[in-house]
Design a protein around this ligand. Structure first.
Ligand code: FMN
Length: 169
C-alpha cells in the first residue's frame, strides 16, 4: 500500500538545488532517473520525447560559458539532462508530455538524494545548436543535477490552499 502521507512529505521536502558536490552520479542512479522519465504518462502513449544525459564536461562548460544557460548551477553540476520533445511524434501534446516527464525525472533524482534545478533562463536556440538538436526537437529545459552541496535551502513559501483552490459541492 502506498503511504500517501510519506509521498506528500517527500513532495514538500523536494527543493531546487543550485550547488553540487564534485562527485559523479553512478550509472545505476542515472538509469533509475531515466526510467522515471520513461514511465511518465503521455498523450495517446506516444512518448514523444528524448532525454539526453550530458556527462561531457566540455559541453556543460560550453553551455555555461556561451550563456546559453544562465544558471550558475551549471558551474558545479557533474551532469545535466536535456528534456526534448519530438514535435512530429505528437504535434498537439509534445510540450505537455515533456513537462510531465521533467517532473518525474526531478522527483526520482530527489529520491536518490540528487538535487536538480529546473532551468527556464536559457537561450533555447543557442542551447539547441550546442546540443546539435534538429528542427523536430523542442528543447524544454536542461536540468543540471548532482549531489547536494551544503545545506538544503529553506522552502520558499507557498500560497495558502484557500488562495489557490476551491471546492464546488
Ligand atoms: C518553469 C520553471 C522555470 C524555472 N527557472 C529557473 C531558472 O531559470 N533558474 C533557477 O535558478 N531556478 C529556476 N526555477 C526554480 C524555481 O525558482 C523554484 O522551483 C521555486 O523557487 C520553488 O522552489 P522549490 O523548487 O525549492 O520548491 C524554475 C522552476 C520552474 C518550474
Amino acid at each position: 500500500m502506498t503511504d500517501a502521507k510519506a509521498i506528500l512529505d517527500f513532495l514538500k521536502d523536494r527543493r531546487t538545488i543550485r550547488n553540487f558536490e564534485d562527485r559523479e552520479i553512478p550509472d545505476e542512479a542515472i538509469n533509475m532517473i531515466l526510467q522515471a522519465g520513461r514511465w511518465t504518462p503521455s498523450a495517446a502513449n506516444r512518448q514523444a520525447w528524448e532525454f539526453i544525459v550530458i556527462k561531457n564536461k566540455e559541453l556543460l562548460k560550453k553551455l555555461w560559458d556561451s550563456k546559453a544557460v544562465f544558471s550558475p548551477s551549471f558551474q558545479t553540476a557533474p551532469l545535466a539532462i536535456a528534456i526534448v520533445g519530438k514535435i512530429n511524434e505528437n504535434k498537439n501534446w509534445y510540450e505537455t508530455d515533456v513537462v510531465l516527464a521533467s517532473m518525474q525525472i526531478m522527483l526520482m533524482a530527489w529520491a536518490l538524494e540528487i538535487g536538480t534545478c529546473w532551468i527556464g533562463s536559457m537561450k533555447r536556440d543557442k542551447s539547441k545548436e550546442i546540443l546539435e538538436l534538429g528542427e523536430n526537437d523542442f528543447l524544454l529545459t536542461i536540468l543540471p543535477m548532482g549531489y547536494i552541496k551544503g545545506n538544503i535551502p529553506n522552502p520558499p513559501p507557498r500560497k495558502e490552499l484557500s488562495q489557490i483552490s476551491r471546492i464546488i459541492n
